[in-house]
Design a protein around this ligand. Structure first.
Ligand code: NDP
Length: 250
């Protein structure tokens, strides 16, 4: 497929998990992909090498998010790799969960860190990206099903609720430029974030709650993101797509 030939994309948190899958799929469609990562340089290089081996184009960009200067660091590396090209597609995917940040025990520091990485960074990355993005660009934000089902990690869920609100209002303001903004909301996906899924009983329990009978693979999410990045999704904006295999349908 080559629907994104000539386009460029930034995928944050693309060194592992869902972000890796998004980066590989966008590159397979022909986009030049900036593979952003925080600290795991080896993993990011693996992704770039895999894309090159498959005949695609990609470059790594390092920037720890949630710290002072994070967006400047990211865009210095991004603009160097783009070498004067515009940025057509932004995927705000990087994020983390803090399993200790429950309502009973969360500290101010944990709260600030979760919001800095999961909410503040996507906002200011988007602000900068919009200066590089031509009319007709695409923004896809990665949220979570925890915006509509309850989990103990309440602050993480709150950050994803903020992403949903961000996406909707952003779609409204950017429509005048023909830029679409949509949200992909994964269910339970087999990534490092969910190490507990390596327990066979836990994976089965999730499968039992899912119409399609298993947790998601990262590619199940990456393919949905690629749709929103495509020309076929040109008339869709401000929407949230639950990509979860039919989780909690009854
Ligand atoms: P992983 O833990 O597998 O990968 C996280 C990625 O984000 C890595 O590339 C990591 O970089 C990067 N990252 C994390 N924190 C930072 C930071 N502070 N600065 C820079 N980069 C950072 O996560 P998933 O693939 O599971 O999750 C991807 C997105 O999907 C997240 O937004 C998550 O909330 C969301 N999501 C995940 C679900 C799941 O079940 N897995 C379900 C619903 C939503 P590095 O490799 O350098 O550490």
């Amino acid at each position: 497929m080559s629907g994104l030939t000539g386009k460029t994309a930034l995928v944050t948190g693309a060194s592992r998990g869902i972000g890796r899958s998004i980066a590989e799929r966008l590159a397979a469609e022909g986009a030049l992909v900036a593979v952003h990562y925080g600290s795991n340089e080896g993993a990011a290089k693996d992704v770039v090498n895999a894309i090159h081996t498959a005949g695609g184009r990609a470059f790594p960009v390092r920037a720890e998010l949630g710290v002072d200067g994070d967006v400047d660091t990211l865009f210095t590396g991004l603009e160097e790799g783009l070498a004067g090209r515009p940025l057509d597609i932004l995927v705000n995917n990087a994020g983390f969960i803090d399993y200790d940040a429950t309502v009973d025990s969360v500290t101010h520091q944990q709260f600030e860190r979760l919001f800095a990485v999961n909410v503040r960074a996507p906002l200011f990355i988007t602000q900068r990206a919009l200066t590089l993005m031509p009319d007709g660009g695409r923004i896809i934000n990665i949220s979570s099903g925890v915006t509509w089902f309850a989990i103990p990690e309440i602050v993480y869920a709150m950050t994803k609720g903020a992403i949903n609100v961000f996406s909707r209002s952003l779609a409204h303001t950017q429509g005048v430029r023909g830029i679409t903004v949509n949200t992909v909301s994964p269910g339970v996906t087999e990534t490092d974030m969910n190490g507990w899924l390596s327990d066979r009983d836990a994976a089965k329990a999730i499968g039992d709650l899912t119409a399609l009978g298993r947790p998601a693979k990262p590619a199940d999410i990456g393919d949905a993101v690629a749709f929103f990045a495509s020309e076929d999704a040109r008339w869709i904006s401000g929407q949230t797509l639950e990509v979860n295999g039919g989780l909690f349908l009854g």
